[in-house]
Ligand binder design. Structure first.
Ligand code: BG6
Length: 297
């Protein structure tokens, strides 16, 4: 038994929280309830799978994804912290998504299975004062994700960005629509970060789309006519919503993403990025959470 397996053992609940090691030896957890299943890697605390009985999987996972300790997993819900986007001399989207998290708690009731993972930085790390991330994943007929950030420093502020970079599985990008952002202001990353106002009640994706909607706590709905499914993204502790689809050229340029996969995925991400970044005072915490639910029509 490996050290990781030994560390996991005390938190396993037969039939509800189980561990597996596949895909190049990265350990993952399988979470189940009577009506749903989910998978979660300790690498990045990344949820890669959620499925309600008799529905298609909710989350998109690239068939080309890496599963390697030094690389992010492409799909599911990468955790972005403490910076969003590229950064000189460092990996894009921060270090949390490629860190080895620890399982610190688990529980199961009739309808819910829950685990908590932790990533702690005990001492100041350059720009980042000592802090702790706790991530609670609750599986029921919905998927609830809660990321708590605690600034453990007694003297320094923890200024950071965070995002639950959720990849949804959809039937066809050409017919999918996004509702709930009308009137919100956004930075259009494919148009030099020009600030725009969303005019559409239902947004259609017709090309590369990379938008940071700011100062919005709205619930967003993804309407997927091909799969007759509506996905509802509810959030709290989040002022930003990012909408991303790489479209044709960018999909081709990404080594860990299939050329045609842009047609079957859409990212709607809940977080606090850019002007919505958070500055946590010493000794304080904040929680970013999202509840992902789906219904067929
Ligand atoms: C999105 C960003 O959140 O993530 C995009 O807005 C970026 O600009 C995308 O391309 C994917 O990032 P990465 O680092 O996982 O390839």
């Amino acid at each position: 038994m490996t050290d990781t397996e030994t560390a996991l053992r005390s938190f396993l609940i037969p039939g509800r929280v189980e561990a597996r090691t596949e895909n190049g030896q990265l350990p993952k957890l399988l979470l189940s309830t009577a009506g749903s299943t989910a998978e979660l890697y300790l690498h990045g605390a990344q949820v890669t799978y959620f499925q309600k009985q008799s529905e298609r999987p909710l989350l998109f996972m690239s068939a080309q994804s890496y599963f390697a300790p030094d690389k992010p997993i492409r799909g599911g819900v990468p955790i972005i912290f403490p910076w969003f986007g590229p950064r000189d001399g460092a990996a894009a989207h921060g270090f949390a998504r490629t860190a080895a998290w620890s399982l610190v708690d688990s529980s199961a009731t009739n309808n819910e299975t829950r685990v908590t993972l932790e990533l702690a930085q005990a001492t100041d790390l350059g720009e980042w004062p000592a802090h702790r991330l706790r991530y609670r994943v609750t599986v029921s007929d919905v998927l609830r994700l809660e990321l708590e950030v605690t600034n453990n420093s007694t003297a320094r502020e923890l200024a950071h960005e965070s995002c639950l970079h959720t990849y949804f599985a959809i039937g066809d990008i050409h017919t999918t629509r996004i509702a709930g952002l009308q009137g919100a202001c956004y930075l259009d990353k494919v148009d030099n970060f020009v600030e725009k106002t969303e005019t559409a009640a239902e947004i259609a994706i017709t090309g590369e789309t990379d938008r940071v909607y700011l100062n919005t706590d709205s619930t967003v709905t993804i309407i997927d006519p091909l799969w007759h499914r509506r996905i509802v993204v509810e959030k709290s502790g989040s002022r930003s919503t990012v909408v991303w689809n790489p479209w044709i050229a960018k999909a081709k340029a990404m080594a860990d993403f299939g050329d045609d996969e842009y047609q079957r995925m859409l990212c709607v991400e809940s977080g606090n990025v850019d002007r919505d970044r958070l500055a946590l005072a010493p000794g304080t915490s904040s929680t970013l959470s999202t509840t992902l639910r789906s219904e067929l029509f």
